[in-house]
Design a protein around this ligand. Structure first.
Ligand code: FE2
Length: 150
């Protein structure tokens, strides 16, 4: 067990701010946050093999999730209709992907990164990205399709 309370991973709490109102996207965000919190619990319980497995799962699922969002973007012609927002969104997905792979390799292969640093990066990135960038996309999808948000 982690003795230093300040180093204990505190789970991300789901809140209304993380809810986009688009059921498929929300379900995938729930899965991502769930995997992150499970990884945090594995860290707190000093289970490195489980932590490594959950991080792999989370990284793979994030790629699947980005593909889902990017398919939605293509379907509603986001790049044509909101080029700045679309480019920003895609750049955030790309930079997350490259950064998280570097961090994972540094953690697993070099041991020069603390797992907590990767978890902190994941939790702050996800919360910020969902609250701002994904909300913009869903707002656009709602306008484009006439679909009503909850
Ligand atoms: Fe996104």
């Amino acid at each position: 067990m982690e003795k230093d309370g300040a180093k204990t991973y505190v789970p991300v709490k789901w809140s209304a701010e993380l809810e986009t109102g688009f059921a498929d996207v929300d379900a995938q965000h729930h899965t991502l946050v769930g995997l992150l919190n499970k990884a945090g619990a594995a860290l707190n319980a000093s289970k490195p093999a489980l932590l490594e497995h959950l991080l792999q799962e989370l990284i793979a699922y994030s790629q699947y999730h980005f593909e889902t969002e990017e398919t939605l973007m293509r379907r509603c012609r986001y790049a044509e209709n909101a080029p700045f927002e679309a480019a920003t969104h895609l750049n955030q997905h790309r930079s997350f992907t490259s950064r998280v792979h570097v961090m994972y390799d540094t953690l697993i292969e070099d041991g020069e990164l603390q797992p907590r640093e990767l978890l902190d990066f994941l939790s702050s990135w996800l919360a910020l990205h969902i609250r701002h960038t994904d909300q913009l996309l869903v707002h656009f999808l709602a306008q484009a399709s006439g679909w009503e948000r909850k």
